[in-house]
Design a protein around this ligand. Structure first.
Ligand code: ZN
Length: 318
């Protein structure tokens, strides 16, 4: 599907400059905020994402400053390069979303009482997005929730916080068996405080162990696609479901006008980026803590063809 950039606002924050002879190496953080419209839809959508740049400038004898290098990669966050953003009205492509969300493989376990709206609200508040980002790097913890520590690889920590905000109970245990965070006892002013990987239990902080823990808790692991990513649910890419081979964890925060699920994440920070614009090399999975049921008649009852739940009557409204 063709989408058109209506406006693209980029903020660029220089964090550090190292001088060496006539060369200057600049470390900077770029925040892009984009308004776009999918072809055939009247609504304007918004998304935002951050990226880290490493630039090398050279000052020539004639006083002219040349950019020798600008290293960055946004493909795993949004699937296109910053150069795409330089002109307004730029047309880009995202894969088609679908109107009807249906089915999957078996399994029907969701999380009872999960408040997906609260999780989404949390994700939108604390994904790190702000017009006032002032630090550089792939993350900007001054915009993270100061009640939590953060790690340099903070994606699982963030999604764990979102689930907790949605009413998922902590699981007591040790570092390997529990699902919990380490409370911040002395917040360092504004923003979250660095706590490294010990900011929470293994499964709170690590994508693979997050996946293992919830699978062990009975939440059914599903292959992800545009049809089964629902607001408030974790969305992740892992290279392996049997060993820790790296991955990335995000959370679905709704849909754009074309009904494509949009995602928020930490590291790199992103807000409401269409899943189809993300070019991650690993396979996509999701847990459905909360299902947007799609009831179909089956015999004398109704069955949700997404999560497999069965009901005698359809709840109203549905
Ligand atoms: Zn369902």
């Amino acid at each position: 599907m063709k989408c058109v950039f209506l406006s693209a606002a980029t903020s660029f924050y220089v964090n550090k400059i190292d001088y060496s002879g006539c060369l200057a190496t600049v470390s900077a953080y770029e925040w892009n905020e984009i308004q776009y419209r999918c072809q055939g839809y009247d609504e304007t959508d918004r998304m935002g994402f951050g990226s880290h740049h490493l630039l090398v400038f050279e000052k020539g004898d004639n006083g002219i400053i040349l950019i020798l290098q600008d290293s960055f990669d946004e493909r795993t966050s949004v699937g296109f390069h910053s150069s795409d953003l330089e002109c307004q009205e730029h047309v880009f492509l995202i894969a088609d979303g679908v109107a009807d969300r249906m089915i999957l493989s078996g399994g029907n376990t969701t999380y009872s009482g999960y408040n997906a709206s609260a999780a989404v609200a949390y994700a939108n508040t604390w994904c790190g997005v702000s017009a006032a980002n002032t630090n550089s790097g792939t993350i900007h913890p001054e915009n993270y929730n100061p009640d939590y520590y953060y790690a340099l690889n903070d994606c699982a920590n963030f999604v764990s916080q979102c689930l907790y905000a949605g009413g998922v109970s902590l699981i007591p245990g040790n570092y390997y068996s529990g699902w919990y965070y380490t409370p911040v006892t002395a917040p360092g002013g504004t923003g979250a405080v660095y706590g490294g990987d010990n900011s929470g239990s293994f499964s709170w902080m690590n994508v693979f162990h997050f996946m293992n823990l919830w699978t062990a808790q009975g939440i059914f692991l599903r292959n992800g696609n545009v049809m089964n990513l629902f607001p408030g649910n974790p969305v992740f890419w892992v290279n392996s479901i049997t060993e820790d081979a790296g991955g990335h964890l995000m959370i679905c925060t709704g849909y754009n006008a074309a009904n494509t699920p949009v995602l928020n994440a930490h590291n790199g920070d992103m807000k409401q980026v269409p899943v189809t614009a993300i070019d991650h090399p690993a396979p996509l999975y999701t847990f459905i803590f909360k299902c947007n049921h799609n009831w179909v008649v089956e015999g004398n009852h109704f069955r949700c063809n997404v999560c497999g739940s069965v009901q005698n009557t359809i709840p109203s409204p549905y």
